[in-house]
Design a protein around this ligand. Structure first.
Ligand SMILES: NC(=O)c1ccc[n+]([C@@H]2O[C@H](COP(=O)([O-])OP(=O)(O)OC[C@H]3O[C@@H](n4cnc5c(N)ncnc54)[C@H](O)[C@@H]3O)[C@@H](O)[C@H]2O)c1
Length: 330
């Protein structure tokens, strides 16, 4: 870091990486030093829009620019090589979720960071959603009592599956969000999964439209997980997400289709207004603040490589159960 300033570059400028570059450019304490993507037109557009050097070869960027850290926002299956190269160059890593598409690649990224002595944080955005945070804090404070059961869902339109061209499954691309959130909120690891999947719409891509699973946690709680890319294109919601957590003394509910958040604690039902008026991309801004605090040694990573790998392991157990028709123990 140059004094208090963090010099950062973004690798991968698709839907998410372009958003990262924009937010990075506006973050106090952060200098967006460069951007890279294999697509020349994308590099040209983002680098000229933001007024920063652009590269079609991230290796060249790593050699040329003085940097402290990189954001890796390449497609899920291409996280490993940029992470290895940046770690070898002594750069800290802020990596988009999922950590990788295979558990082996995820472990290789963690090892590369450890061997180079660089820090690694993975961007699981639900950790920054005030509603999920409020529920996690209520559970951790014992306000819901003993957690009995939970339900998490993230249903997107067929556009999401088609956009990614069959390169990944809904359970990997978006399921890791809810798996991580559930383990964090329930405060316990998932130890057993059983899943059913269906493919009627995205059959040409060879991926599931939807996967429903039951999860058992080490503390005895159970949960239902619903992940889908089957919503018809045009449904007026990009992501239809919900969360329900039921405890012996309270319950909590999120319905992301509307600004709906409810808590039942201390015998009182409340619907606090905690997400209206937040700035656009607030979760990415909070992620950057958390990453900077981690690099400065002021905080632990919000999601470490190991925690992100745990979520990926569960997602793969769900896929294994769906394919074998049998429960899978973790
Ligand atoms: N946190 C969230 O809410 C959230 C939301 C969407 C996507 N994501 C994650 O962000 C990542 C990117 O997703 P996306 O939707 O932007 O994908 P995308 O396919 O739109 O973009 C990926 C970009 O990476 C580029 N790329 C691929 N290999 C590269 C390489 N070797 N070097 C440089 N660039 C390379 C591609 O050309 C493309 O422009 C994924 O890991 C995804 O899961 C996170």
């Amino acid at each position: 870091m140059t004094g208090d300033l963090l010099r950062l570059a973004v690798i991968g400028l698709g839907a998410m990486g372009a958003r990262h570059a924009q937010v990075c450019r506006q973050m106090p304490g952060v200098i967006l030093a460069g951007v890279a993507d294999i697509k020349a037109d994308v590099v040209e557009r983002v680098s000229s829009e933001l007024g920063v050097p652009g590269y079609t070869d991230y290796q060249e960027m790593l050699q040329r620019l003085p940097l402290d850290a990189v954001v890796v926002a390449t497609s899920d299956q291409f996280h490993t090589e940029p992470c290895r190269a940046a770690a070898a160059a002594g750069l800290h890593l802020f990596l988009e979720k999922p950590i990788a598409t295979t558990v082996e690649d995820g472990a290789a990224i963690i090892l590369a960071a450890q061997q180079s002595g660089v820090k690694l944080m993975v961007g699981h955005t639900l950790r920054y959603d005030p509603r999920y945070k409020a529920i996690q804090q209520s559970v951790a404070a014992g306000k819901l009592g003993e957690i009995v059961h939970a339900y998490a869902r993230r249903n997107a339109t067929t556009w999401s599956g088609r956009r990614l061209g069959g390169r990944t499954e809904t359970m990997i691309f978006q399921g890791v969000h809810d798996i991580d959130a559930l383990q964090w909120i329930v405060g316990s690891s998932i130890t057993r999964v059983y899943a059913e999947g269906v493919s009627k719409v995205l059959t040409d891509l060879g991926i599931s439209d939807a996967i429903l699973s039951t999860l058992r946690f080490a503390n005895g709680a159970i949960a239902l997980l619903e992940q889908s890319w089957a919503l018809p294109y045009g449904v007026p919601t990009l992501v239809d997400a919900q969360l329900e957590v039921v405890g012996s003394q309270g319950a909590a509910y999120i319905d992301a289709r509307a600004p709906s958040f409810a808590l039942f604690t201390d015998g009182k039902y409340t619907q606090p207004d905690i997400i209206l008026h937040l700035p656009e991309q607030y979760y990415l801004r909070d992620e950057y603040a958390a990453f900077v605090a981690y690099l400065r040694g002021e905080a632990e990573p919000v999601v470490s490589g190991e925690v992100a790998l745990d979520a990926l392991r569960v997602a793969h157990a769900v896929l294994q159960s769906m394919r074998s028709g049998k429960p899978v123990e973790l």
